[in-house]
Design a protein around this ligand. Structure first.
Ligand SMILES: [Zn+2]
Length: 72
């Protein structure tokens, strides 16, 4: 009986934790919350590449050095 109660409380806590954790993800498209594995659109050719592979210049992301030189 007590074991069952602990299990139920545990499940509720787990559900609450999942919802609480997911809340900040709503504002995903703000640049501050970008992660290295996020896909970024190249400002020159429009190709999506990983943030880790992108080049940031003047607040815009480029997929390669070639694209960066094309714009500037
Ligand atoms: Zn590009």
């Amino acid at each position: 009986m007590i074991f069952k109660l602990i299990l139920v409380v545990g499940i509720i806590a787990a559900i609450y934790f999942v919802f609480f954790k997911k809340k900040p993800r709503v504002s995903k498209d703000t640049k501050e919350e970008l992660k290295g594995s996020d896909m970024i659109e190249c400002a020159s050719c429009g190709i999506y590449s990983q943030l880790d592979d992108s080049i940031l210049s003047n607040g815009k992301y480029y997929c390669s050095k070639e694209c960066l030189e094309k714009v500037s």
